[in-house]
Design a protein around this ligand. Structure first.
Ligand code: ZN
Ligand code: ZN
Length: 322
């Protein structure tokens, strides 16, 4: 499924089989998670996709020819971080997520809304056994980046999750297993999401712009809604952090300094490092993190994107490729 121009639906296309370059292996895609970032690319909010583009960066598939690291038949996962330069000050200081010249899967290079793709071996992960392809796919971005955001909250006990979609439903499970208390903030009146959050262990779920039931120690913002920043600061105790986990967000309205005072902070989380991936994929089966998925066949990718845009997905949308 190919994006030819922003703002247009993806088009089915027959492309030549991708040919691996040095350090790459060819992969037969089994499943590819649909991420909000894909929506930002398709809708033109991320402005520099390498068009025409095969989107998708939560890829689970099988290696179909031996590489240097992976062998034919191995199941691997391909994340958003496709490749980094290895030479810039960020790469050299353990912050490859901030690389000055990164290559992102399903943005700079073709991704997993396809039957075949390529993996840069050193940036792919073995997928833990015991998870189906559909269950594993959402771990590769929603899970990984959610996990990085969760770590930025330190040992916050009372955790607010703003937007209860793919990432929050996974990270809620991790947070609960660590003994944290979870409060889910959704669109006003979104009773389905609120019920879903309670089922996954949130002790309270309610309106993101309304009052919180008690002070939070930290908040993670997954919904791309700038109004949530002052709302979360208002809900957060002294010394607390508000972590913005999305790659794009509507403008943040101005707010009184009083909301930030008291050593509160606001920060973003950008991309992932390979270490985040290794840590999270080792942790996930021990929780265990269970992805709730809605499956779409590959050719219905546009419908999955529309459902995500409209907030109709419970958990994660995943494309299955047969
Ligand atoms: Zn770099
Ligand atoms: Zn993503």
């Amino acid at each position: 499924m190919v994006l030819r121009a922003a703002g247009r639906p993806l088009e089915p296309a027959e492309l030549p089989d991708p040919v691996p370059g040095p350090g790459e292996v060819p992969v037969r895609v089994a499943a590819c998670g649909v991420c909000r970032t894909d929506l930002h690319i398709v809708d033109g909010e991320l402005t520099e996709p390498n068009l025409p583009l095969v989107p998708g960066h939560q890829i689970v598939g099988t290696v179909i020819a031996d590489g240097e690291r992976f062998r034919e038949g191995e199941r691997i996962g391909i994340p958003w971080l496709g490749k980094t330069c290895g030479r810039c000050r960020y790469c050299l200081s353990g912050r490859e997520n901030l690389c000055d010249s990164p290559t992102f899967t399903g943005y700079d290079r073709d991704g997993g809304y396809a039957e075949l793709t390529l993996a840069v071996e050193q940036y792919a992960f073995p997928v833990p056994p015991g998870l189906s392809d559909l269950e594993a796919a959402p771990l590769l971005c929603a899970g990984l980046i959610g996990y990085r955001a969760l770590r930025m909250t330190g040992d916050a006990e009372r955790l607010g999750l703003y937007g209860f979609g793919a990432a929050a439903h996974l990270i809620c499970q991790v947070a609960r297993s660590e003994g944290r208390r979870v409060f889910a903030f959704t669109r006003a009146g979104d009773e389905d999401s609120q019920r879903f959050a309670r089922e996954l262990g949130a002790e309270w779920a309610g309106d993101a712009l309304g009052p919180a039931p008690e002070e939070l120690d930290a908040a993670i913002l997954f919904a791309p809604v700038g109004e949530h920043v002052p709302a979360a600061l208002r809900a957060t105790a002294k010394g607390g952090v508000v972590v913005c986990a999305g790659i794009h967000m509507s403008d943040i309205p101005s707010f009184p300094y009083e909301l930030l005072w008291g050593e509160r902070s606001v920060r973003s989380v950008a991309n992932l490092t390979r270490r985040d991936g290794e840590e999270f994929l080792a942790l996930a089966p021990t929780v265990p993190v269970r992805a709730i998925t809605t499956e779409y066949p590959l050719e219905r990718a546009n419908e999955a994107l529309d459902d995500l845009r409209a907030g109709r997905i419970e958990g994660s949308a995943v494309l299955s490729v047969l």
